[in-house]
Design a protein around this ligand. Structure first.
Ligand SMILES: NC(=O)c1ccc[n+]([C@@H]2O[C@H](COP(=O)([O-])OP(=O)(O)OC[C@H]3O[C@@H](n4cnc5c(N)ncnc54)[C@H](OP(=O)(O)O)[C@@H]3O)[C@@H](O)[C@H]2O)c1
Length: 350
């Protein structure tokens, strides 16, 4: 039996462009038709959480975009989930749908049911970091969408890319770890990735067949890729997408190929026959809503079968009060090969 839904709950807000982050009481929203109310048990931190003030200038700004928890209430017409289901989903930067809070609202079609064996902490690491490679590789060929590859759950999704090489820049990042897992499910081979030496084993465990040092110069990296395969590299997923990684990746990309980037495109001199796709990994934007619903309809099976495994997680103490320090660590680049997670119910009383 679930406890009754609280009429008020705690939520974290970025008060102004330069902070601070403040926990406040807010009214718990009712789910509308087709929506569910989720009691958030765990929420993971993403780089976008510390960058969001560059894009949205309305303050106080509710933040957080990854959640795992329990369905606490369903709106009219909801059929995919029911009260008590364990779910994960991607939220957004508005008071009803942000995830650094105790309750949040989401469209039922953007929810994924999580297996009983998976903790809420692990599940919270999944939605955004999975959406980036899933939408970037298989999403519709629309601005801010994807490369339009055949998704693993579609006809041909397990054969079309068999024995074709793929390069994933940044295989130890959360996004990179899931990109390698999708490349594995799509049967790309070889799967080449760049990591620090200490993350070679991690990259291999997610499915990478070859690891190269992330500090190699662009030309040494290109030579090292050619030494692994003489086949043209027609798909590159850059999970880091700094100007340097983008240039290095673009240099390796074969004519006719597609480079997927997760930050603003920064290639200085482009060629007509090499495509660059800048993905926004969100089912909340119209460009990707259709594909995201398709993804979430299939992701549950991949989690249950273990085809997609969660990243390592580190739990931050203090519930919502732990977010600020975690975001500082993400900003400083000191979080490596894992996801930081907070548990909103652990927030102390106001
Ligand atoms: N477009 C979107 O919608 C979207 C969605 C999600 C994320 N993103 C963006 O994707 C990027 C990654 O996010 P994340 O959450 O996956 O980050 P993360 O897990 O915090 O990334 C940390 C990892 O990045 C690796 N790394 C850093 N610089 C590298 C480089 N030059 N080459 C190779 N690896 C490098 C490090 O690997 P080593 O430990 O091996 O050194 C480190 O472990 C961020 O910029 C984020 O904003 C975009």
């Amino acid at each position: 039996m679930l406890p009754p839904v609280a009429t008020q709950h705690k939520a974290l807000f970025l008060e102004s462009e330069n902070g601070p982050y403040i926990v406040k009481n807010v009214k718990t929203s009712d789910p509308g038709p087709g929506e569910v109310l989720v009691k958030v048990e765990a929420a993971s931190l993403n780089p976008v959480d510390w960058k969001i003030h560059n894009f949205i200038k309305e303050f106080p700004l509710p933040i957080g975009c990854d959640s795992a928890g329990v369905v606490a209430q369903v709106g009219e017409g909801v059929t995919r989930v029911q009260v008590g289901d364990r779910v994960a989903h991607q939220g957004g930067y508005a008071v009803r749908i942000a995830t650094f809070q105790e309750y949040t609202i989401i469209d039922e079609e953007l929810v994924v049911k999580i297996p009983d064996s998976m903790s809420f902490d692990q599940a919270a690491s999944i939605p955004v970091a999975v959406a980036a490679p899933a939408i970037g590789l298989y999403g519709d060929k629309v601005p801010l969408g994807g490369a339009g590859l055949i998704a693993p759950w579609q006809h041909g999704g397990h054969t079309e890319y068999a024995k074709k090489p793929i390069l994933v820049m940044g295989g130890a990042s959360s996004v990179g770890q899931y990109a390698i897992q999708f490349a594995t499910i799509s049967r790309f081979s070889p799967i080449i990735t760049t990591v620090s030496p200490e993350n070679k084993d991690l990259a291999a465990s997610t499915g990478a067949t070859h690891t190269l040092g992330r500090s190699l110069s662009p030309s040494t990296l290109a030579d090292a890729v050619v030494a692994i395969t003489s086949d043209p590299i027609t798909v590159v997923f850059d999970a880091i997408s700094t100007p340097e990684t983008q240039e290095a990746a673009y240099k390796i990309l074969a004519p006719g190929g597609t480079l997927v980037v997760v930050q603003d495109e920064a290639i200085k001199t482009k060629q007509d026959d090499k495509k660059v796709v800048r993905v926004i990994a969100s089912g909340h934007i119209p460009a990707n809503a259709r594909f995201a619903k398709d993804l979430y309809a299939h992701l549950g099976d991949a989690l249950a079968s273990g085809e997609i495994k969660p990243c390592e997680v580190e739990i931050l103490p203090g519930g919502l009060n732990g977010v600020a320090e975690g975001l500082e660590r993400l900003k400083n680049g000191t979080v490596r090969a894992k996801k930081l997670v907070i548990r909103p119910p652990e927030t102390s009383d106001l």
